[in-house]
Write a protein that binds this ligand. Structure first.
Ligand SMILES: NC(=O)C1=CN([C@@H]2O[C@H](COP(=O)(O)OP(=O)(O)OC[C@H]3O[C@@H](n4cnc5c(N)ncnc54)[C@H](OP(=O)(O)O)[C@@H]3O)[C@@H](O)[C@H]2O)C=CC1
Ligand SMILES: Nc1nc(=O)c2c([nH]1)NC[C@@H]1CN(c3ccc(C(=O)N[C@@H](CCC(=O)O)C(=O)O)cc3)C=[N+]21
Length: 294
């Protein structure tokens, strides 16, 4: 039987609509317009897609969107000065520095310079540490989106066997922590893992966050498994265009799995929607208002 498709477009649109309602309420009751600042340094193709979608959707949700484009050869001190300015700007409640940074910049120092209260990417050691400690924190948007997509299939993840393939600070590691918080049993796989197909076949929940097009094959999957495809690889397509391919061989997975997210139209949609949620949450916390109901 063919798997069902997990429609990230629909689930993300629903989340964004709920954010928009809350933003309207914040404006009306508290004169508060949540603001998000995105810093893009140089030109990374994945980041450009993200920045474009984010800008449109931030504004559609009624939030303020600030963009800062810096050249790839910008000095570290200038990046830190911009972050200090955004930290101090009361109209900015969320700061996101697009990764990866161009060579020559110190990623850790840049992230550490962000006010943890405005760290809507959840990458500052303060937030990453709190997440790892099971404490409330701003958490990375893509892993949050993965959990919401999974919960659209399974109301509870308790006791389920999950595998996270990839251990980056942006996706794999925080996703592992969120799955632990949901009481799943988590296997963390990476480039040194042995027998990845076998590890994968044991999992009820498969998260592929590697960046290798169609690496996960249909015969790696337990029948009925839920498959969340985070990977995005841009490849040439007809007429000089490009298209996006996930880490999972989608057609094969649809033959074996229970539910699968498409690329595009899956996790990527949720990443942007969760960024809006985090910005709203950050704005409320900074203003001393109760956490929003989304
Ligand atoms: N949809 C979305 O919203 C988003 C999508 N992405 C996409 O997700 C993918 C992963 O992103 P990100 O985590 O930042 O990438 P990184 O390159 O930082 O991490 C990739 C991870 O995959 C592991 N890996 C590499 N090769 C293999 C292999 N052959 N077998 C098993 N594991 C392997 C690496 O292992 P090791 O640690 O040993 O090197 C590493 O942990 C990319 O395609 C990216 O574009 C990213 C963010 C958001
Ligand atoms: N600090 C930081 N945080 C990030 O979260 C971050 C980052 N840097 N650098 C780059 C990656 C990549 N990423 C994407 C998010 C959404 C889409 C997205 O909107 N995808 C849509 C549309 C794709 C399209 O049609 O072009 C989809 O998959 O349906 C893509 C890619 C966030 N990242």
């Amino acid at each position: 039987m063919a798997a069902s498709l997990i429609d990230g477009k629909v689930i993300a649109a629903d989340l964004r609509a709920r954010v928009a309602v809350e933003v309207a309420r914040m404006k009306r009751d508290h004169g508060l317009t949540p603001g998000l600042a995105v810093v893009l340094i140089g030109n990374d193709p994945a980041s450009e897609v993200y920045v474009r979608n984010k800008h449109k959707q931030t504004q559609a949700a009624g939030m303020a969107s600030f963009e800062h484009m810096l050249p790839a050869d910008v000095a570290q001190a200038d990046v830190l000065a911009l972050i200090a300015e955004l930290n101090a700007n009361p109209a900015v409640h969320g700061i996101l520095v697009q990764l990866p940074l161009p060579k020559g910049l110190d990623t850790e120092a840049v992230i550490a310079a962000i006010d943890p209260a405005k760290d809507v990417d959840g990458l500052h050691p303060h937030n990453a540490g709190r997440l790892a400690g099971g404490l409330p924190a701003l958490s990375p948007c893509t892993p949050l989106g993965c959990i919401i997509l999974t919960k659209s299939v399974h109301a509870s993840l308790e006791g389920m066997d999950a595998i996270v393939i990839g251990r980056s600070n942006l996706v794999g590691r925080p996703l592992v922590q969120l799955l632990l918080n949901e009481n799943a049993t988590v296997t963390i796989a990476h480039s040194r893992s042995r027998d990845l197909p076998d590890l994968c076949r044991r999992a009820d929940l498969v998260y592929a966050a590697v960046g290798r097009a169609e690496m996960v094959r249909g015969d790696w999957l337990k029948p009925g498994a839920t498959v969340i495809d985070v990977g995005i690889t841009r490849v040439p397509a007809a007429e000089g265009k490009t298209r996006l391919i996930g880490d999972v061989a989608f057609n094969e997975a649809m033959q074996v799995a229970g539910a699968v997210t498409p690329v595009p139209g899956g996790v990527g949609q949720m990443t942007v929607a969760c960024l809006l949620v985090n910005t709203l949450r950050a704005a409320c916390a900074i203003r001393g208002l109760p956490a929003p109901g989304v």
